[in-house]
Design a protein around this ligand. Structure first.
Ligand SMILES: Cc1cc2nc3c(=O)[nH]c(=O)nc-3n(C[C@H](O)[C@H](O)[C@H](O)COP(=O)(O)O)c2cc1C
Length: 318
């Protein structure tokens, strides 16, 4: 058994929240640099592509939430991710909410309630300035409680990120409206101008066609390069609000990708996220018009090799 498989088996035996805390401890960064010596698995055949000017070995990446502070960039590289999304990064260090919840569901899904904990932008920025694993673009997902905060984060990370994801699924403390509103997207992007790095809007899951059309219109008005569709689904879990990820989201993700592709102008980037846990599902989203797909719950269930395993299955299907 190789070192990576052994490490994953040990991590898998721990309660998920404990494993997540361990991965975000101070020691994680030391471990991450050690992961560099593991090398990178061979790229699954026939999947190479360009996206926003970057060359990717394959289109399956790690979604935001696993690596909040860019402390796992070499780990993602050594596990063969096609691309890696760091974050959400917040404008200031933030503890998140209590009680924190992270559970694996028997269905392959996850329930999480972390509340966007972040060590703040400087930690992630310094790591990304120094660590640049070859052949694997790194996006940064940003979130803020104020529209101005998005602007500050965008300016900082546009210097080190391959592209920036704007996560609007967080509370707005300024006027208690949610950022999950196309008009608020316009408000956010006023603070982001001028756009220096490609910006992609990450939107929550919805099957409302008019809402999707309005998000698209707002993204185009803002000059964004694309949309990441979608995110966790809001549910109540043990009496508190939480986010549901995994297979039960897949049909909604597929709906969003199809609809957005039919409405979007040529060249507009689309990334599908929500319920991708196999090469077959990745292929279904790509066939529906996604340029790339991201996985998160599958990483929690199948381990950090999940994006590479999904890509290998995808390669076998083609
Ligand atoms: C533990 C956990 C933490 C997450 N944290 C973030 C986050 O910080 N920012 C974000 O945009 N999405 C976050 N997400 C959402 C994922 O990026 C992804 O959009 C969602 O889980 C759907 O994908 P899946 O079905 O593959 O899990 C998180 C998800 C999980 C399970």
């Amino acid at each position: 058994m190789d070192v990576a498989t052994l490490a994953w088996r040990m991590l898998r035996s721990l309660p998920p929240l404990y494993a997540w805390r361990l991965l975000h401890s101070a020691r994680a960064e030391v471990l991450d640099e050690a992961a560099r010596v593991l090398g990178r698995p061979p790229a699954p055949g026939g999947l190479s592509r360009t996206f926003l000017g970057y060359t990717l070995e394959h289109p399956v990446g790690i979604a935001a939430g696993l690596d909040k502070d860019a402390s796992m960039v070499w780990l993602a590289w050594s596990m063969g991710a096609g691309f890696h999304v760091v974050g959400s990064v917040l404008p200031h260090p933030y503890e998140g909410v209590e009680p924190k919840i992270l559970v694996r569901l028997p269905s392959g899904g996850t329930v999480n309630r972390l509340g966007l904990p972040s060590k703040g932008p400087r930690v992630a920025y310094e790591r990304l300035r120094v660590h640049k694993p070859p052949g694997m673009p790194i996006a940064v997902n940003i979130a803020s409680f104020t529209a101005k905060g998005y602007g500050e984060l965008y300016r900082l990370f546009s210097g080190v990120a391959s592209w920036v994801e704007i996560n609007i699924s967080c509370p707005n403390v300024e006027d208690h409206r949610t950022f999950e509103d196309p008009d608020m997207v316009r408000e956010i992007c006023r603070y982001m101008k001028p756009l220096r790095a490609p910006a992609l809007l990450k939107i929550p899951p919805t099957r409302d066609e008019s809402v999707l059309a309005r998000y698209l219109e707002a993204s185009l008005d803002c000059g964004f390069s694309g949309i990441v569709a979608g995110n966790t689904m809001r549910i109540m879990y043990n009496g508190v609000p939480a986010g549901l990820g995994g297979p039960s989201l897949f049909e909604t993700t597929l709906f969003m990708v199809r609809r957005l592709r039919s409405l979007a102008p040529r060249g507009f980037a689309l990334v599908g996220v929500g319920g991708v846990d196999s090469g077959y599902r990745a292929k279904t989203l790509l066939d529906a018009g996604a340029d790339l797909v991201e996985v998160m719950s599958a990483v929690i269930h199948r381990g950090p090799f999940a994006p590479w395993l999904v890509a290998r299955e995808l390669s076998q299907l083609l």
